[in-house]
Design a protein around this ligand. Sequence first.
Ligand code: NAD
Ligand code: ZN
Ligand code: ZN
Length: 393
Amino acid sequence: MKAVTWQARNDMQVREVPDPTLQDPTDVLVEITSTGLCGSDLHLYDPLTPFMTPGDVVGHEPMGVVREVGSAVTTLTAGDRVVVPFNVSCGTCWMCTRGLQSQCETTQNRDQGTGAGLFGYSKLYGQVPGGQAELMRVPFGDHLPIQVPHGPPDDRFLFLSDVLPTAWQGVEYAGVQAGDSLLVVGAGPIGDMAARIALHRGVRVIVVDRVPERLERVAARGAEIIDARQTDDVPEQVRRLTEGRGTDAVIDAVGMEAHGSPAAEMAQKSLRLLPKRLQGWVLSTMGVDRMDALYVALDSVRRGGTVSISGVYGGAADPMPMLQMFDKQLQVRMGQANVRRWSDDILALLDTEEDVLGVDAFATHHLPLEDAPEAYRQFRDKEQGMVKAVFTP
Ligand code: NAD
Ligand code: ZN
Ligand code: ZN
């Protein structure tokens, strides 16, 4: 089959690789019809490269049609339409039954000291082949895949794999109710969707980014916007909009943006010298520039407010403004989305006539898998108005 493979830093290539097969009786084999390109894939592109092995099949936002099921699978049969969550969770362990699927004890990567396995996310997260491919082996067939009805176009359901549950959890962790105010830092797919979900719940939403067409998209949904290129003090601008107080909560939908920073280059080299166990935590980049979004979040939130971090961070050496965090009495929540925890709630919103979150028109690009290498570059460089690309193998 054809698959998007990591070959080297900033070098993804579509290659012919062996077809996956059923390995365990609980596996299902899925023919992929649509598969998303995510900001998290950009971390693999660069800077998480020390964890990558040339040939790794990437991608973690797939959906498609079941081709084959293992002998122990009882809830799915060939022909069923499914979305595959990005975290590999068993659905039955202590963590999974408490809604902490991102910490699944069956797939935890104890060797690296990381949580549940992730599709297409290197040896750091269990070395599980990803979903930017024509076919995919999905374990835990009775618990992991999300069955969706036939009929509506793929895009109606595709974002259940990652964008929707991540944005949903970001809003849940922000703890905002109707009438509250929320700042969303970053208007990529995650920030955009978090803004939509919060607006749908009656929250006042302000979004900051530095890419004009991304800001226009969220403004069209009803968010107030701040163009970070036009101010050198985003938190001050936020306070000006909120009676000097700051917003009740902030979602950091940026995470590490390490591309091109000299500190990142240095850290990447030094990472190889660390013991394997430590590498999992001292991920890849150091330096202050990549913490920019988090500092904006901590500074913009009101006293007693909540910072909800959806963006992915790595590194143990970052200076955290502890005095400010303690003095402001902040709550901070973060982590990978527990996809399966939220999927039924979200599905209830999607499976209706009215597309309240605007998912049908959320993707800006639909491309053949062959175009993936160019799409990675365009997405990283924010060219061609690309906000969300979907590959159709
Ligand atoms: P993206 O890279 O398209 O979005 C990031 C956006 O942030 C861009 O629009 C960029 O212009 C903007 N930005 C960068 N620095 C900024 C700053 N200082 N202030 C304001 N805006 C800034 O990616 P995405 O797909 O939206 O993902 C966003 C983050 O969420 C990534 O870190 C990704 O890894 C993470 N993520 C986390 C989970 C999870 O489970 N927690 C799941 C998916 C994605
Ligand atoms: Zn993703
Ligand atoms: Zn589990």
